[in-house]
Design a protein around this ligand. Sequence first.
Ligand SMILES: *Cc1c(COP(=O)(O)O)cnc(C)c1O
Length: 393
Amino acid sequence: MSKKLDPVTQAIRIQTPRSSQQEHSTPLYVTSSFTFDEAETMRAAFADESDDNIYSRFSNPNVDEFVAKMCALEGAEAGFATSTGMAAIFSSMLPLLKQGDHVVCCSSVFGSTFTLVTKYLPRYGITTTLVPAGDNTAWEAAVQPNTKMVYLETPTNPQLEVIDLEWVGKFSKKHNLILNVDNCFATPLLQRPVDFGADLVVHSATKWIDGQGRVLGGIIVGRADLIKEIYLFCRNTGPSLSPFNAWILSKSLETLDVRMERHCANALKIAEALQSNPHVSWVKYPFLPSHPQYDIAKKQMKAGGGVFCLELKGGLEAGRKFLDALEMLSVTANLGDTRSIASHPASTTHSKLTDEQRLAVGITPGLIRISTGLEKAEDILADIEQALEKSAH
Ligand SMILES: *Cc1c(COP(=O)(O)O)cnc(C)c1O
């Protein structure tokens, strides 16, 4: 075909060459290493003169297929897949930073990312300045002569702040900084950071990419020269994705487009309906006009994503009662599943923090985060509404 296929089609049609069995679906290459018929072909592979697979810590056909599809979706030159999202985030930083370097990082990032940049990187002489999501002046003021990287996620978790990618892209270019974006919440179907100048995009594939709560996985895609450095680092340190998980994730990408369409439609419908609920003080979702960065969200995202949050009028106690009253929604520490999930950070994941510490990371006492699943919107809404009613008594 002469026409270049749409990335969504590529995510369905990119496939490892078929074996002699002519299988329709890619087989699983559960092998730790690959054999060579001659010393010369093995030498060439080790000398990087051929693309032959050597050892599954370096590359594997199932992993390569997943990476190729993700590059097509993100519009990226190259990529490397990892065992978890955190392995991707860690591996997107370590090989590109050295002692004395500095990172400008959004203050609302995933909890483990926060721990990585505030606790571990400083031990190796890499410092970070945390800046509030929408405060462009603070971002400018944070840049130092030794700044190397800008790191952020948008929309953020759990407050769903939206960061202007066009602005950050220009800002990073102006200061000659590597722009590294965690695109987990949006997925490449809703926004492509590379189109705004991101040099690297990282993902927890555990969330919407798998989308069915089965496996852990991660990926880094972006500029080929940076991915080369990351590949060499990973080849030697070993955070590689397993062939089995790559096989699952590659299959998942075939349905990502249709899944995200339904997740987003459900989330918008339910978030809209809950705005007038008497037990709720506010609902936050990027595609609701009441969202503080609604215009930015509309500019850079195709849809608002699968997550929305709300604040219960009854605060902490109502949050506990809400979780207990749910009949269908799952209460679990994950998001991005076919099944809708509710969480109440103040009484669960963040219960060890003080009220002040929680507020500093945007967690109010009655904050409920909903990861909207693929069930019928009416069923999800009905369960939330009955639990809201019970949470108030
Ligand atoms: C879950 C998550 C991660 C970490 O991914 P794991 O696969 O659990 O290691 C990173 N960033 C965001 C935004 C996440 O939601």
